[in-house]
Design a binder for this molecule. Sequence first.
Ligand SMILES: NC(=O)c1ccc[n+]([C@@H]2O[C@H](COP(=O)([O-])OP(=O)(O)OC[C@H]3O[C@@H](n4cnc5c(N)ncnc54)[C@H](O)[C@@H]3O)[C@@H](O)[C@H]2O)c1
Length: 248
Amino acid sequence: MTGRLAGKIALITGVGGGIGAAAAARFAAEGARVIGCDLDAAATSHGDIRVMGGVDLGDPEQARQWVDEAVAVHGGIDILYNNASAQRFGTLDELTVADWDFTMRNELDLVYYTVRAAWPHLRRQGGGSIVNVGSIAATRGVEFMAQNAHSAAKGGVIALTLQLVVEGGPHGIRANVISPGLIETPNTAPMLADPPSRLRSVVLDRIPLGRHGRPDDVVNAAVFLASDESAWVSGAHLVVDGGGSVLG
Ligand SMILES: NC(=O)c1ccc[n+]([C@@H]2O[C@H](COP(=O)([O-])OP(=O)(O)OC[C@H]3O[C@@H](n4cnc5c(N)ncnc54)[C@H](O)[C@@H]3O)[C@@H](O)[C@H]2O)c1
């Protein structure tokens, strides 16, 4: 690795698995001091990566405690990477109000809570980089699976990011959002190993670059947006989907 994040203090949410685990490992390999968290209590520190398990970021007080603990350990924050999310899928007939609320809480509210907790520290330091995670489901209809709550929540993350750009700019705070396409993780691997025909025909067979995504495809974008290489980039919506969304 090339030390692209050397000296940076990086807070990453949802490092217990999937893309977040890959991000924590890569950010550390690039020289960042990584402090992660996850709802999963089994997520624990390993190597140079400090992890607080059992943190529910959907609770604003727990979000604040995690951020404050990270600041207490390392003295500040340079990067806040809002990766964590949980959602419930269902058609409008099936999805309950509780499912909708769960999705908003665990995809949108938790981003607001961590940003709110980190903001005074970022301001005090004279700035930093916020990397949020949206989804291509936020900007187009998805045919293979009903995603009403998920799409709306991720649309909220993208909209919130734009406002963070404006409010953060005078303080040196940058904010950008990555929207991944379908990425292979432990959760999606079984579906990708034996894709339903509808998923194959409307998504997998229509990716111009010819394959589904890998965690590193997303993490590569995050390293750029977290590093000083993107010092004059704020408000970018970086779609990482093998080109699939241009086909509509
Ligand atoms: N995998 C994909 O195909 C894909 C596609 C588009 C967008 N995304 C987005 O990328 C990000 C990472 O996706 P992934 O596939 O690695 O997800 P994942 O479900 O594998 O991992 C998400 C992690 O977040 C944690 N988490 C959930 N709610 C939390 C809470 N309230 N407090 C603390 N931690 C919580 C989970 O425990 C989990 O470890 C998410 O924002 C997701 O919406 C993923």
